[in-house]
Design a protein around this ligand. Structure first.
Ligand SMILES: Cc1cc2nc3c(=O)[nH]c(=O)nc-3n(C[C@H](O)[C@H](O)[C@H](O)COP(=O)(O)OP(=O)(O)OC[C@H]3O[C@@H](n4cnc5c(N)ncnc54)[C@H](O)[C@@H]3O)c2cc1C
Length: 408
């Protein structure tokens, strides 16, 4: 399939639009075009009720459906960067509390969650909910409360002058808006593992990242954790301490290359943690809808398959922070944004912090710029956690606005 055609289909899926896809050249497609008198039309053709779009593209359809609007104002109380779960939750609560709120996303809403066919561990949905559907509903809710969603138009840069001045944000099309308070919720991209069976089992026992809550749920079960950084080390200990039997797979020949010594010491002493160095995951196997086993191989090619209840891929990723300068918004070494008490070094705030008060929870080193969700250092990398943090920022915005003397 042509890359642009794939992008269009992906757009329809991730915006939770019900659709039927007919492959060009197939008898069904030929017959369909014939019936519409469109045999010579330039493909792809998108038929939406009585409307027909030839040479359809994401941008063409987004415009036709009323999207791709520029921001309506030049200044907002609150601008959110990223319409993933964290950003949408913040927008729902901020807008419902009466703040002028804009959310910009360089893609469609939903973030990573929109790639998930079924989120099974989100509060209130015992039978699970599709990630794209959750995003569609959250986006609608935010708009109903008056938030403006500016889509397919990301934030490409920023200017942060004095701390009591609005933050200036530059959008992909060059237009600019200012905001009294900003939430950075642009998420991250996981480094992907190209291993047989993973994509089919994502969300069904196979996960990128590993939260404490999952560790608690895996008590007495067998799990595989892939990775050798500090987050993998912390995850391994969380699972082991929750009495899961942990198989840790490490590609390198030593943990010391990438993990802190205190974690390594604890891992070595732990009776439930089995570390395999120079070993790679080669396949995950289902039983029905869920993961049932994992196969891994060492450097000599010797492979083993173990029954498992969960596979957690803690192999790191890239947080989306290109739009801000590290001089104002401090990050950890991997690029995740530091907030609140994580900004303290030896009990001291960074030199760039200008106020007498400490940063608020989830506030970055730039006063009035908050961070929530996966982009934040120490975040849980789950939908519910992102939603919780986004919602929390929506109320913290008021403290900052009061400090600025903004009348609401
Ligand atoms: C395949 C997969 C399956 C998953 N399954 C589950 C699951 O079952 N349960 C669960 O709890 N979690 C799951 N997760 C994790 C969960 O999706 C994330 O933890 C959650 O989406 C994080 O939300 P977020 O809002 O912080 O960031 P994201 O979801 O990453 O959203 C960030 C948004 O910001 C946008 N953005 C980035 N840069 C910019 C910019 N410069 N300007 C404007 N916009 C920008 C992106 O386009 C994106 O829409 C899964 C993740 C993946 C990848």
């Amino acid at each position: 399939m042509d890359a642009e055609d794939y992008r269009l289909r992906d757009f329809l899926t991730r915006t939770a639009q019900p659709y039927e896809w007919r492959e060009a050249g197939s008898p069904e497609a030929e017959q369909f075009l014939e019936q519409l008198g469109l045999r010579d039309a330039t493909l792809p053709v998108l038929v939406d009720g009585d409307d027909v779009y030839m040479e359809a593209s994401v941008e063409k359809i987004a415009v036709a459906w009323g999207g791709l609007q520029p921001p309506k104002r030049t200044h907002y109380d609150f601008v959110v960067i990223g319409a993933g779960p964290a950003g949408l939750a913040a927008a729902v609560y901020a807008a419902s509390d009466g703040l002028s709120t804009m959310v910009a996303d360089r893609d469609v809403p939903g973030g990573q969650a929109s790639y998930t066919a079924m989120i099974e561990n989100f509060f209130g949905f015992p039978d699970g909910i599709g990630g794209a559907e959750l995003a569609r509903l959250a986006g609608r809710q935010a708009e109903r409360f008056g938030a403006e969603l500016v889509l397919l138009r990301g934030v490409k840069g920023s200017r942060m002058k004095d701390h009591d001045q609005p933050v200036e944000l530059i959008l992909d099309d060059g237009s600019e808006v200012t905001a009294s308070v900003v939430l950075a919720a642009p998420g991250m991209e996981w480094r992907r593992l190209d291993v047989e069976g993973i994509d089919e089992l994502l969300g069904h026992g196979v996960y990128y990242g590993a939260g404490r809550s999952e560790a608690a749920q895996c008590a007495g079960q067998g799990v595989v954790i892939v990775g050798a950084g500090n987050s993998a080390g912390q995850a391994v200990l969380n699972f082991g301490n929750a009495t899961a039997r942990v198989t840790m797979l490490v590609r390198g020949d030593r943990l010391e290359k990438s993990m802190s010594k205190y974690l390594i010491d604890r891992i070595r002493e732990h009776p439930l943690i089995d570390v395999h160095l120079e070993t790679q995951l080669t396949a995950v196997h289902p039983n029905g809808d869920s993961v049932a086993a994992a196969t891994f191989a060492d450097s000599s090619g010797k492979s083993e398959t173990r029954a498992v209840d969960g596979v957690f891929l803690c192999i790191g990723g890239r947080p989306h922070t290109d739009w801000c300068s590290r001089e104002h918004v401090l990050t950890d070494r991997a690029g995740y944004i530091l907030t609140g008490q994580d900004l303290l070094r030896d009990g001291k705030l960074p030199d760039c912090w200008p106020l007498d008060r400490d940063p608020l929870p989830l506030e970055t080193s730039r006063v009035g710029v908050f961070a929530a969700g996966d982009v934040r250092h120490g975040s849980t990398k789950r939908v519910a956690a992102a939603v919780g943090e986004g919602s929390m920022v929506a109320s913290l915005v008021f403290s900052r606005l009061a400090e600025l003397g903004v009348a609401l």
